[in-house]
Design a binder for this molecule. Structure first.
Ligand code: ADP
Ligand code: MG
Length: 243
């Protein structure tokens, strides 16, 4: 369902992604690990064209796009295929939880407001926030805000949800409730690409782990392969430190 071919990204002279290729099947949970500054966020952002890749092709769902020759309409189509969960939630501060989740349904998918709000409510109930529908982000804990962030990504109806270190900014006490929502999504076979330092989550939930370093995919495989039997020295060193 997702195919990334020969993706590269430069910021000026700095090559951040170097010839990245990988595929993700529908329903697959892929976890990306690696040191900071390695290009993990940039890779996720390129998948959604929040950053424009320098070269390479991206295919997600019914969108196919080439970095060199893409048209504005293709970018719009590609963006509809995925949704983002950010480290810092990035909720609209002046909108309630319900409005935050309904937003994309109304603006992107042109669903009538009543119906969009009903759908948004059902999703917030699912992430355990039925009593916070009309509350603004500033009145929510970090864990609750991130659950709104995930609910918003679920509402966007993309093929894949992209998570960029969704628990890194949270106080430790809120991490588990966010991981629980992600596990539920994984259980329902929501296709996900998750950048995280939560190695236990990766071990338990990932179908596949990708280890990135220095703009390259160094190694990928099942959690067992990557964590218990890494092939490359760089993977061994990282996993040893991380576990
Ligand atoms: P990671 O998520 O693995 O920590 P990033 O993708 O955030 O890594 O960053 C990879 C490299 O790209 C870093 O050296 C970072 O400084 C650089 N970088 C990221 N975004 C930009 C940008 N907008 N402009 C210039 N350099 C950037
Ligand atoms: Mg990052």
């Amino acid at each position: 369902m997702i195919k990334v071919s020969n993706l590269s990204k430069k910021f000026g002279d700095l090559a951040v992604l170097k010839d990245i290729s990988f595929e993700v099947a529908k329903g697959e949970i892929v976890v990306i690990i690696g040191p900071s500054g390695t290009g993990k966020s940039t890779l996720l952002r390129c998948l959604n064209y929040l950053e424009t890749p320098t070269t390479g092709q991206i295919h997600i769902g019914n969108a196919t796009i080439d970095a060199i020759s893409h048209k504005p309409k293709e970018v719009t189509t590609l963006r509809q295929q995925s949704s983002f969960v950010f480290q810092n939630y990035s909720l609209f501060a002046n909108k309630t939880a319900l409005q935050n989740v309904a937003e994309s349904l109304i603006t992107v998918w042109k669903i009538p407001a009543q119906e969009a709000l009903a759908t948004a409510k059902a999703i917030l109930v699912k992430v355990g926030l039925e009593d916070k529908l009309d509350v603004y982000p500033s009145q929510l804990s970090g864990g609750q805000q991130q659950r709104v962030g995930i609910a918003r990504a679920m509402a966007a109806k993309g093929e894949v949800i992209l998570f960029d270190e969704p628990t890194s900014a949270l106080d430790p006490e809120w991490v588990d409730e966010v991981l629980a929502v992600m596990k539920q999504l994984a259980f329902e076979k929501q296709t996900m690409i998750v950048v995280t330092h939560e190695m236990q989550f990766a071990k338990e939930v990932a179908d596949r782990v990708i280890f990135m370093e220095d703009g390259f995919i160094v190694e990928q495989g099942s959690p067992k392969e990557v964590f218990d039997n890494p092939k490359h020295e760089r993977t061994k060193a990282f996993v040893k430190r991380a576990l």
